[in-house]
Design a protein around this ligand. Structure first.
Ligand code: AMP
Ligand code: ZN
Length: 112
């Protein structure tokens, strides 16, 4: 399968990894939108949030908990933003689900 993030999981494309375990990988975004900007992805390929199933509920929680733990490790005690973009109108460009974690600057609401 021609998926950029599956290639990062496999180690075929380099990434600045922050964390890896059996189920997830976290790495710095190549085009950071904040001083801290990393992505948490499942090792399993899932196209979009719409493709999550009941069987993925523990994995989805693990992604969120990993995001929280790493955000604090990256010094985001003052606050941070998590975001998951779904499909074109949601702003998704890479079709392997990923949670963005942004921090170390003031976030605005609503996002663009
Ligand atoms: P999205 O627009 O929500 O699908 O987010 C995709 C994100 O992946 C963007 O923030 C990109 O900067 C990031 N990205 C694309 N290619 C890479 C890469 N090779 N390594 C790290 N981040 C990447
Ligand atoms: Zn993939």
């Amino acid at each position: 399968m021609d998926c950029l993030f599956c290639k990062i999981v496999a180690g075929d494309i380099p990434a600045r990894k922050l964390y890896e375990d059996e189920h997830v990988v976290a790495f710095h975004d190549i085009s950071p939108a904040a001083p801290v900007h990393f992505l948490v992805i499942p090792k399993k390929h899932i196209n979009t949030l719409n493709d999550l199933t009941e069987d993925d509920k523990a994995l989805a929680g693990h992604i969120l908990f990993t995001a929280q733990r790493l955000a604090l490790e990256q010094g985001c005690e003052a606050g941070f933003r998590v975001a998951m973009n779904c499909n074109p109108q949601g702003g998704q460009t890479v079709y392997h689900i990923h949670m963005h974690v942004l921090g170390q600057r003031q976030m605005q609401w609503p996002p663009g």
